[in-house]
Design a protein around this ligand. Sequence first.
Ligand code: 13P
Ligand code: SF4
Length: 312
Amino acid sequence: MVNNSESIRQRIDQLKREKNAVILAHYYTTPDVQAVADFLGDSLALSIKAREVDAEVILFAGVHFMAETAKVLCPEKTVLIPEPEAGCSLADSCKAEDLKRLKEQHPDHLVVSYVNTTVEVKALTDICCTSSNALKVVESIPADQPIIFAPDRNLGGYIQRLTGRKNMVLWDGCCHVHEDFSVEKLRAMKARHPEAKVVAHPECRRELIEEADYVGATSGILKFCGTDSAREYLVATEPGIISEMVKCYPDKKFIPALPGNSNCCCNECNYMKMVTLEKILKTLEDGAPEIILDEQVRKAAERSILNMISVK
Ligand code: 13P
Ligand code: SF4
C-alpha cells in the first residue's frame, strides 16, 4: 500500500516528466522537499543551475528572492514558486526606495548587494554577491573605490574585517535566524562537546563568528565537514542543512546551535519551512503561482547578477 507522502512524491515525479519541469531546492528546506529536488544547493549554485538546466519549467523550492533570481536569469523559462509568501528578513529590510536614497547620498559609491534582495534592489545594484563569493566580489573592486554593501550588516562586517577595507557603508539589515544564535548557549555546548568543531554562516553576529572554526556559506560548510578530521560539529546555520550533512557524512555527528530567544531545540527559517510537498504538487498541477517580472527591471537586475557570475 502506498502512503500519502509516497503518492504525492510519485505524482510530483510524473508531473515533472509531463511538464518538462525541474525542482531546484535550497539546503534549508525540509528533508522531504529536498528529496524531490533535481538539484539541491546554496543560493549561488542554484542561480547558476537555473541558467544551465534544459527544462521549460523551474519550480523553485526556496524563498521568493531565490525564485526571482532564477527568473531574472531565465526569462524564457516558466519559474514557479510553491509559496509566494515565503519571504526573507534580509530582503524585507532593504526597500528599493531607501537604497535609492542612500545611493543619492553617496553618488561615488559602488553598490554591492547580497542576492537576498528583491529584483528592484538588484536593479539598483552594480554587482551582487552571495555568501559563498562575497569576499571575491569585494576583492574584485579596486581598494580605493568606496562601496555601499547591502543589506546584511553581519556579512558586510565580516568581509570588511577580512579585507581591512574602511570605505564600506553597511546597510543595517540582518537575517532573523542567524542573528538569533546565542553565543552563551554555543559556549555551553562547546564545553559539553570539547572535541566538536563550530561551523558558522557569515550572517551570524561577530561574537558568534569569533567562536567558529570555519565560517562559510552553506556549500562551504558542507565541504569543510567532508575534508576536516573532526567527528562532531556544532552547526550555526539554519538546521535544514543537517539532513544533507548526515547523508554525505553518516559517520559524523551534527548538532544544531541554539537560538537565544526561545527554548526551541534548533533555529529554523520559518519562510523556508513554508515550502511543503503538498504545495509543490499543487503548483505543478496548476502551473502557478508563477514569477512575472517587469522587463526593464529584470534587465537591470540581470546585469548585476551577471557581473557577479563573471567574477572568477
Ligand atoms: P547561502 O548563500 O549559503 O545559500 O545562504 C542563503 C541564505 O538565505 C542564508 O540565510
Ligand atoms: Fe532569509 Fe535568513 Fe531565511 Fe536565509 S535563513 S532565507 S537569510 S530569513
